[in-house]
Design a protein around this ligand. Sequence first.
Ligand SMILES: *Cc1c(COP(=O)(O)O)cnc(C)c1O
Length: 482
Amino acid sequence: MTTNPPQAGVPGILPEGAGPQGLDTKFLQQLDSAHYLHPFTDHAALREHGARVIVRGDGIYLWDSEGNKIIDGMAGLWCVNAGYGRTSIADAVHAQMLQLPFYNSFFNTTNVPAVQLAALLADISPPQFQHVFYTNSGSEANDTIVRMVRRYWQLAGQPGRQAIISRRNAYHGSTMAGASLGGMAGMHAQGGLPIPGIHHIGQPSYAEGGRGMSEAEFGLEAAGWLEASILALGPENVAAFIGEPVQGAGGVIIPPSTYWPEIQRICDKYDILLVSDEVICGFGRLGTWFGCELMGFQPDLIAFAKGVTSGYVPLGGVLVGGRVAHLLTEKGGDFNHGFTYSGHPSACAAALENIRILETEQLVERVALATGPHLKACFASLVSHPLVGHAETCGLTAGLNLVRRNGETVHDCEPFASTHVVGMLCRKHMFDNGVIMRAVGDRMIVAPPLSITVGQIDEMVERIRYCLDLTLEEVTQRGWMD
Ligand SMILES: *Cc1c(COP(=O)(O)O)cnc(C)c1O
């Protein structure tokens, strides 16, 4: 650790002592450590090793400042669906910035890309969606949803409907409302969360809660927790239920096929708004444009972000179904909500070009018909590894559990002691050997760019298998397999 932080404004690109990318990695790490507070990061731990400096991307590959080439198995943060290095997105944003970099949509004004994107989103989303409200992120989309559903019930003459039901281990963002909707205990422990009126039921994780049941039975059981919660709160007090079609940050939790249709039935029965957080599942991740289409339900509202621009420029929003849009636009008056950058023309230009790429290269269909099934077969084959308990795949996202003892079913596998942090150890081997997986406890997950080819999936899985071997060697040496 330096006691004399380098001066701000000193360029990080130095000819002398520079690595293969022409960058002085140590120097950048010192500046980073001295000035940059990272999201969701333990800075004491970060200081010890220094941050890895990512300098370039192309397709599914990243390069760090030391010249290492890495397969990005997480598409940035679940968002670079079209892959890195898309010149046409950069060109579209460049052209828009020269034409009109920014104008707001307040006070009865609009801009061309925001209008074009709204119409395109109405076209590619399920038929009940004809309207969009723009934000800059997924968190802001979910904040918007909290205000919008409560406003809806006010307009509908049932202002008592304030409660929103979500799930434990859900991720809905990091703002006050987003983190409150989310079910992450570690986030609720900081900052006085959740805000009032948010309630959580259990997650539909068969591995966690399905012992002694078939998957189909468990799906109905887990959906039943919603009905129990509605009855406990009183249906006249419940505004909405929100969930991710497949939970992402929670560890790629794929619900049984019986779950979402039963959730839909329960919401219909009690007249409760159904909200699908599609920040990860939207824009092709599951092999359909939106995850609700695969899971078989018709939400009233959809939160989106990440994949809408493949992360090239921040953009998020809420797709608003006919039921809510009708009241808001016909008898709502002012909805006193919005952001300076709602409908940002440069961000909307990025989204338009990104969606054009997904369409013309038929990447969503490719996930459904080719790359998704191939990833599934590859992950199924990893289960033969002595360290892998079970693996699940949905579209182009997958998770596998690292276990001490392999069992017949998911419920017979024996996990490692929680203090052994095998997931983090495995993640380090992966990063050091050119592939990025994310560790959620001892569950290792991937969500690569949708542009990945079948051959590149083989290359990724080959590296994953090699790193599982290295991890097995290390945990065996440490005596954790005994
Ligand atoms: C990432 C994520 C969010 C939050 O989006 P930000 O752009 O980080 O605010 C919300 N919901 C889900 C499901 C996400 O994965």
